[in-house]
Design a protein around this ligand. Structure first.
Ligand SMILES: NC(=O)c1ccc[n+]([C@@H]2O[C@H](COP(=O)([O-])OP(=O)(O)OC[C@H]3O[C@@H](n4cnc5c(N)ncnc54)[C@H](OP(=O)(O)O)[C@@H]3O)[C@@H](O)[C@H]2O)c1
Length: 328
């Protein structure tokens, strides 16, 4: 099969096109023929070597978590999926497996979600990591409830684009931060209070919008961009940070400071264990039109280095995907 691989960690230039053996599914695994691979900031951090602290890198290494395509083969014990099913998945990459920037990738069955006919592969590839992280940070771990006032810091990014919509869908009152070029985009999504962090003081805007303090805050950007986030949350409220690997500050100290204020402090990394059910629910909400996908920028697989260069600047609106091959 063909893939974009790295033979060493480094800048976007280390990504190269190569041919490798097609993997075969082991027990409980599904082989997905990839139509589109999703791109996440974790991919460039992985390329750069930031994930070495979690796993040894074995080269040639295929990066990329997200994939959408069709089931090409199933391993022993797989009962819920069959060859030809349309699916998306965060793959087994988080557990150290090869990634999705390839013609084929492997995933455990419980991480593979069927996608409705109304959802294209391009759209489905944008879901797994960003949508699951948003969902878990808001609901499973964040406990966001109807009527609560929530701020999503970084509402125009890949994760934020899902988070603002999920929060609205759940009946929360939603504010979000973004830079000037993204203000209209978030307003069109129906966000009640869009805060242009380049022109407005976030604390003053929140004091005005949620005078008693926020019920819920998600920082989807990094602690250096919202150093006083704790001050925005009311006692009894919840402050969720999505760990970035590069801008997380002193996590134990942040947890301690929050405890002293009576704020529930959560550091919410994506958990892809048995994530198929949540992904199928989200895919269904998109297919039915209850939710809108963030804008998607498409690149050819071979142009992934260019996509990484743009994403790494930290101001992409919505999601990026790689076109690998439309299954024919
Ligand atoms: N731990 C996990 O499991 C996990 C999972 C998913 C994501 N993440 C991390 O979460 C972060 C966000 O992911 P993503 O996919 O949304 O990334 P992304 O698509 O690159 O989006 C980042 C967004 O941050 C916004 N931003 C940049 N500087 C800002 C500032 N000073 N104030 C407010 N917003 C700012 C940008 O919006 P503007 O252009 O409008 O400024 C941009 O759209 C990344 O660090 C990613 O690695 C972690």
């Amino acid at each position: 099969m063909y893939a974009m691989i790295i033979r060493r960690t480094g800048g976007p230039e280390v990504l190269e096109y190569a041919e490798l053996e097609t993997p075969q599914p082991g027990p409980g695994e599904v082989l997905v023929q990839v139509a589109y691979a999703g791109i996440n900031p974790a991919d460039w951090k992985n390329r750069q070597g930031y994930l070495e602290q979690y796993r040894p890198y074995r080269f040639p290494y295929i990066i990329g978590f997200d994939a959408a395509g069709v089931v090409a083969a199933v391993g022993d014990g797989v009962t819920g999926l069959t060859v030809g099913d349309r699916v998306c998945t965060p793959t087994n990459h988080g557990q150290g497996g090869q990634g999705s920037y390839a013609q084929y990738t492997l995933a455990n069955e419980d991480r593979v979600a069927r996608i409705p006919a109304a959802l294209g592969f391009r759209e489905a590839a944008a879901l797994p990591v960003a949508a699951l992280t948003a969902w878990q940070g808001l609901f499973d771990r964040g406990g966001l409830e109807r009527g609560q006032r929530a701020l999503i810091h970084g509402g125009s990014g890949g994760l934020g684009g899902f988070a603002v919509q999920f929060a609205r869908w759940a009946g929360a009152r939603v504010a979000a931060t973004c830079s000037t070029p993204n203000v209209d985009y978030l307003r069109e999504l129906g966000i009640e209070r869009v805060i242009d962090y380049r022109r407005e003081n976030i604390a003053a805007a929140i004091a005005d919008w949620a005078p008693g303090g926020l019920d819920y805050l998600m920082d989807a950007v990094g602690v250096s961009t919202l150093p006083d986030g704790l001050d925005l949350v009311r006692p009894g409220g919840t402050f969720v940070s999505i760990p970035t690997l590069v801008d997380d500050g002193d996590i134990p100290a942040a947890a301690e400071a929050a405890a002293q204020r009576g704020v529930r402090r959560v550091f919410s990394t994506m958990d892809d264990t048995a994530c198929a059910a949540t992904l199928e629910k989200i895919a269904g909400l998109l297919a039915s039109g209850e939710l809108t996908l963030p804008p998607i920028r498409e690149f050819a697989l071979r142009d992934v280095a260019e996509a990484h260069r743009i994403l790494q600047q930290g101001h992409n609106r919505g999601k990026m995907v790689l076109r690998v091959a439309e299954p024919g």
